[in-house]
Ligand binder design. Structure first.
Ligand code: PMV
Length: 315
């Protein structure tokens, strides 16, 4: 392949699971949206003095190289992209910046991988089609999670609301109304691998109880898709609340998540729940344009470390 000069660019958004986390790992559907306010961005260039691939993250004072750290998710992402382009993984320098909080339920790993892969492909003057890119990001997700459902890579690559079921092609529901979401950070990191492992152990101990909760979550997701498409934000908020109760019973909430969820509801939210793996990370709160200010204040008073407003546009 002819090498081109210049710079390659790539970016990808964060994601939030509206409903269905954890149950999605066991074949139930989940509904998720991209969060364009939070992004990973990468820049790639050739450096012929490097017989290697180096990924730099200046904001964190971090540099990793493929030769020294071949299993690092950052170098792995670039290597997989280069191989998919039938090129060799050398002479490459990438710079990454990301406003997606890490280990907090917002798909940071998938966003970073997708941005690095897009930048690499763009440097070679090629664009990877979304299905292929999603598969490649999924390969890196396995390093982060062990047994990822595949929802994170799908949402960050397609950059559209997704109704996702493992093993089926993604579907793209069109929101009937704009959604206003507040993401409230508990300030506590959350490792997806650990939360998913805890659910796996709970299921091994009592499969009937856990499967019944997961079945219930799957039905909430189906109802939420209808509410999303018909633009019924109030119903969607009610379903957030039901999903949070089910996640509490799965054992993946935490005192700080419950405090934020409760404060959001008292502050006038349409609904609130944990999002992503849980046991820390972020609460996801559905508000109206009018209630957003009061709910934000309630979340801050309840100890949220940061509250980020995100909008999902009507299509
Ligand atoms: O916390 P995150 O952003 O990694 O999301 C995890 C979502 C789970 O359903 C818990 C796991 C998965 O692979 O879908």
């Amino acid at each position: 392949m002819a090498m081109r000069c210049g710079i390659g660019w790539g970016e990808a958004p964060a994601k939030a699971i509206l409903l269905g986390e954890h149950a999605v790992v066991y074949g139930h559907p989940a509904l998720a949206v991209p969060l364009s306010e939070l992004r990973a961005r990468a820049e790639a260039r050739f450096d012929h003095s490097l017989d290697d691939v180096v990924v730099r993250v200046p904001d964190r004072g971090l540099a990793v190289s493929l030769s020294r750290d071949p299993h690092n998710p950052l170098t792995l992402a670039v290597r997989l992209a280069v191989e998919a382009l039938h090129a060799s993984p050398r002479n490459l320098e990438l710079r990454l910046e990301s406003s997606v909080p890490v280990a907090s339920g917002l798909g940071s790993g998938a966003a970073v991988s997708a941005a690095l892969m897009r930048a690499t492909a763009s440097l070679f003057g090629i664009s990877l089609d979304p299905a292929r890119l999603s598969e490649l990001v999924y390969e890196v997700e396995k390093v982060h999670h062990g047994t990822p459902s595949g929802i994170d890579n799908t949402v960050v690559v397609y950059r559209r609301p997704v109704f996702y079921r493992k093993g089926s092609p993604p579907e793209f529901p069109l929101p009937g109304t704009e959604l206003t979401l507040l993401l409230a950070d508990t300030g506590q990191g959350s490792l997806t691998r650990e939360a998913v492992g805890a659910v796996r152990r709970a299921r091994a101990a009592d499969p009937e109880r856990i499967d019944s909760i997961m079945g219930e979550i799957g039905r909430l997701v189906e109802a939420a898709r209808r509410a999303l498409e018909s633009g019924d934000a109030e119903e969607l908020g009610r379903l957030f609340d039901c999903n949070h109760a089910a996640l509490q019973r799965l054992g993946v909430s935490s005192p700080s998540l419950d405090t934020l969820v409760e404060a959001a509801r008292k502050g006038g939210a349409l609904g609130a729940k944990l999002t992503g793996a849980g046991k820390g990370g972020h609460a996801l709160v559905l508000v109206t344009e009018e209630s957003a200010g009061d709910v934000r204040a309630a979340l801050e008073a309840a100890g949220a470390h940061r509250v980020t407003l995100c909008r999902v546009p009507r299509k």
